[in-house]
Ligand binder design. Structure first.
Ligand code: ACO
Length: 402
């Protein structure tokens, strides 16, 4: 029953832990990771079982409400989400304002931030009905926003959602379809994307989720907090890694497919050269999601008849790294992003868009954490301490005397 944090603050001592490598910021019931054993569970359910047997809507329910839904709960939840897929017509105009070559991640975060202006009743994070509404709106609208961001980038007309379709099918149609033209959703593609969303749905206190919690700890509403999380995900060391992997593979291909010299550059720690898609703060073993994705990559690429030479480069790179002391000693294994880019590419998504797909998958996890944080009786505004290393007291000199 000792509150160590309180005790420490009374002594005036602070712990310095850059990157929070050893510091827990909260207690959480949502996701369990054993990084040494390569275990990941959502609410106690192993990721392998969820990826094989569940679907993204059900996993979203599980993460947010803590239990798998009954049939009735599932039907109601899915229906509630369907009813909110449309964007306000005025929100559509936002997309016109962005440059055509805008990166879709800031487009996504801006549009989500703008939701607060369209739904001003959402501003009180303790209004339970509004939190439920905001939850449904986000789950429903983020795929529509993402599809519009895509359409904007390729200069094609927007498609309204077709609510006779499931969430992933609807998203694929809004992204790749054309108005007044039938769009056949490839079930293998839809299932693979659904599974990728499940695998990305939560990963406890990663950078973007911690951001969502931190922003939410000031009692900012759900839309503002999720928008901040999207911006955190944008960075290349986090969600941006899936695009960076593909750029790395393209670079190796352009260099004649020479995997050995690339690995040597990584080992020599050339500035800015890392084996993207490898390494993880928590996993010091094969990322369990990477194992599932590797199999999916194989299936999707075979199904779509994609004979992508980048897959061969990725496989050779993995084999080489796993047998090399540099990577073995540092416990660097493929993470979730090593193979996802290849799948997304085969599906027809441009590289810049990969991180948007990560955001769509991570959304229920962010929402679950934001809600858990606000319901936590031990909740406090996030406010880390620092160790000051700057100058001592100095007297101000007027500018004319400097
Ligand atoms: N390639 C080469 N060396 C690496 C890599 C890598 N991908 N990752 C870590 N290392 C090395 C570091 O140089 C360091 O070596 P040193 O001890 O000789 O200095 C050692 O391994 C430890 O690395 P840190 O950077 O301290 O590990 P940290 O936990 O801070 O970083 C991170 C984790 C950011 C994921 C890192 O492994 C990385 O940059 N990976 C590539 C980017 C990536 O794939 N990110 C996606 C992560 S998963 C996700 O967000 C979904």
């Amino acid at each position: 029953g000792v509150d160590l944090g309180k005790l420490l603050s009374q002594t005036g001592l602070v712990t310095l832990d850059p990157g929070f490598v050893n510091t827990a910021a909260c207690e959480s019931d949502i996701t369990y990771i054993d990084g040494d054993a390569g275990i990941l569970r959502y609410r106690g359910y192993p990721i392998e079982q969820l990826a094989e047997k569940s679907n993204f809507i059900e996993v979203s329910y599980l993460l947010i409400y803590g239990e798998l839904p009954t049939q009735q709960q599932y039907a109601e939840f899915a229906e509630r989400i369907k009813r909110h897929t449309l964007l306000h017509e005025d929100l559509k105009q936002f997309f016109d304002g962005f440059p055509r070559d805008a990166h879709p991640m800031p487009v996504l975060s801006s549009a989500v931030s703008a939701l607060s202006t369209f739904y001003q009743d959402s501003l009180n994070p303790f209004d339970k009905d509004q939190v439920e509404l905001s939850t449904a709106r986000l789950l429903a609208k983020l795929p529509t926003i993402a599809a519009y961001a895509y359409k904007k980038s390729v200069g094609q007309p927007f498609l309204y959602p077709d609510n006779s379709l499931g969430l992933v099918e609807n998203f694929l149609r809004m992204t790749f379809g054309f108005p007044a033209e039938p769009y056949e959703v490839d079930p293998v593609m839809a299932r693979a994307l659904d599974q990728l969303f499940i695998l990305h749905a939560d990963h406890e206190q990663n950078c973007s989720t911690s951001t969502v919690r931190m922003v939410g700890s000031s009692e900012a509403n759900l839309f503002a907090s999720i928008s901040a999380g999207i911006n955190a995900l944008f960075g290349p060391l986090h969600g941006g890694a899936n695009s960076a992997v593909l750029e790395m593979l393209e670079g190796i291909k352009a260099n004649g497919g020479d995997v050995d010299s690339f690995v040597n550059r990584v080992k020599n720690k050339e500035p800015g050269v890392r084996l993207m898609g490898f390494g993880h703060r928590v996993y010091k073993n094969y990322d369990p999601r990477a194992a599932i994705i590797k199999k999916t990559a194989d299936e999707v690429l075979t199904r779509l008849g994609s004979n992508d030479p980048l897959l061969d480069i990725a496989l050779r790179l993995e084999e080489k790294a796993l047998a090399d002391d540099y990577f073995v000693d540092r416990k660097l294994y493929p993470n979730v992003d090593f193979y996802t880019g290849l799948i997304y590419k085969a599906m027809g998504f441009p590289t810049k868009f990969f991180t948007v797909l990560f955001a769509l998958g991570r959304l229920p996890g962010w929402i679950a954490h934001w809600r858990e944080m606000l319901e936590d009786p031990a909740r406090k505004i996030s406010r880390p301490r620092q160790v000051y290393t700057g100058s001592g007291e100095r007297a101000y000199a007027p500018i004319t005397e400097r």
